[in-house]
Design a protein around this ligand. Structure first.
Ligand SMILES: Cc1cc2nc3c(=O)[nH]c(=O)nc-3n(C[C@H](O)[C@H](O)[C@H](O)COP(=O)(O)OP(=O)(O)OC[C@H]3O[C@@H](n4cnc5c(N)ncnc54)[C@H](O)[C@@H]3O)c2cc1C
Length: 393
């Protein structure tokens, strides 16, 4: 591991801190999707205009062209400043943009990367289908070539932010139904194209952020194919390696702040015997453990960033951090729930900490379930024998 902060890095940190102190929005993000879109794009635009969007993205497409260490410093300062969660800009900034940087042609990069950075568009991800989640290579949404277009028919599900998205990273089958990973193609789909229908699905908290998306004779120009026809599996693996390897760095760093907030909550919350929650041995033990685990997670994140200095695409080791983070975030939010609800006198089950806990349950499913992450770690990191199947999301 080689992660040393240089004089430039330290100056960069000071500048970032000062800028964030002056610009972080004071109001929380709204729940309603259309309002969230405006809030997220507005904040993204503010960061871009301040020179803080796409720290490690190439300069020619509007980024700063700085190192991944400076990107990490930005995330750290962002979290300590209490800046809003990236929300609906997540796909564009954290995996569609990085996939385009690695796999798209110059025209595609020049068209899309500046739009993402400038906060002009929202992206969503159309990979999962009702019968193709973990086993992504079995997806059935068909795309047939007709002249210089693809004609898409099929159905995607759990497509986060699709009701407010402008573009989609869409994975379709251009080969035969039996071709599995050899017959897939990754395309940039315009979400306003005729034939697309979006049916919102409320989550466990009653909030709509994902949807089912159907495609009925949707025409996608061939120039929107990223990579080559039939070679979409490789592009999709780049997307998933970013989604599992680096997309959650900011969230991992933010988790430490959440734990400190819970420490304060436990200091303020009274139990029925008059003592504070933090004086309860079990609560204190769980808080201390969460803090230690968050430090371990931070060390793993630093190691991954150090590795990213030499390898742009995260390797299968990203699944170790992803798995550890997603299970830890659930333990932390369960602790918050227990402190807030367990000691409350009115038994209020609907406060923000209860909501955070319910939200956290999805973390071990989205982007590949915890079982799939374990399979990847077992097979691709530890070299254990493969399961009887070909590949998984
Ligand atoms: C909040 C949230 C947001 C999401 N956003 C998006 C999005 O924007 N775009 C998108 O394309 N998808 C999205 N998804 C879908 C997500 O990628 C899938 O839910 C996930 O890949 C699991 O697929 P599945 O739901 O079909 O479950 P299945 O694949 O049917 O799995 C069911 C259960 O079986 C287990 N299982 C399956 N195969 C194996 C195996 N080989 N070994 C061991 N266990 C196995 C799984 O771990 C799981 O517990 C989102 C999901 C969530 C929860």
């Amino acid at each position: 591991m080689n992660l040393n902060f240089t004089k430039e890095d330290i100056e960069f940190r000071d500048e970032a801190r000062t800028w964030l102190e002056e610009h972080v929005p004071t109001e929380p993000p709204p729940d309603a999707l259309q309002a969230l879109r405006e809030f997220d794009l507005d904040w993204q635009r503010t960061q871009y205009e301040g020179g803080w969007a796409g720290i490690s993205w190439p300069k020619q497409y509007g980024g700063r062209g700085l190192s991944v260490i400076q990107q990490l410093i930005w995330h750290e300062e962002y979290a300590s400043a209490g800046a809003p969660n990236i929300g609906s800009c997540f796909v564009g900034m954290n995996h569609a943009g990085p996939t385009l940087i690695e796999c798209a042609n110059d025209a595609q990069k020049a068209e899309h990367l500046p739009l993402i950075l400038r906060g002009e568009v929202i992206w969503c991800q159309g990979f999962s289908e009702p019968d193709a989640g973990s086993d992504l290579a079995s997806l059935r949404t068909r795309a047939l070539i007709d002249g210089d277009e693809l004609v898409v028919n099929g159905r995607k599900i759990w497509t986060s932010y699709s009701p407010i998205a402008d573009f989609q990273e869409l994975l379709v089958r251009t080969g035969s139904l039996e071709s599995r990973h050899r017959g897939l193609t990754w395309v940039i789909c315009d979400m306003t194209a005729p034939g697309i229908t979006i049916r919102p699905i409320p989550n466990v908290n009653g909030i709509v952020h994902f949807a089912e998306v159907t495609y009925d004779e949707v025409r996608v120009p061939l120039e929107k194919v990223v990579g080559k026809i039939g070679e979409g599996w490789n592009v999709a693996m780049a997307t998933l390696s970013f989604e599992r390897g680096s997309a959650f760095i900011a969230h991992q760093i933010e988790l430490s702040r959440t734990i400190e907030d819970l420490m304060n909550l436990a200091r303020e919350t009274s139990m029925s015997d008059g003592r504070r929650a933090i004086e309860d041995d079990e609560t204190g033990r769980r808080l201390a453990l969460a803090r230690a685990e968050a430090s371990a997670l931070r060390a793993m994140t630093y190691r991954a960033v150090s590795r990213a200095l030499v390898e742009r695409r995260p390797g299968p080791e990203g699944s170790m951090i992803r798995l550890y983070y997603s299970e830890l975030v659930q333990r932390v939010h369960r602790l918050g729930y227990d402190i807030a609800v367990g000691y409350s006198t009115d038994g209020n089950l609907s406060g923000p900490l209860a909501r955070d806990y319910l939200d956290s349950l999805a973390r071990t499913i989205g982007g590949g379930s915890k079982e799939i992450q374990r399979n990847i770690i077992g097979e691709r990191v530890l070299g254990l024998p493969r399961q009887h199947r070909v590949e998984q999301q």
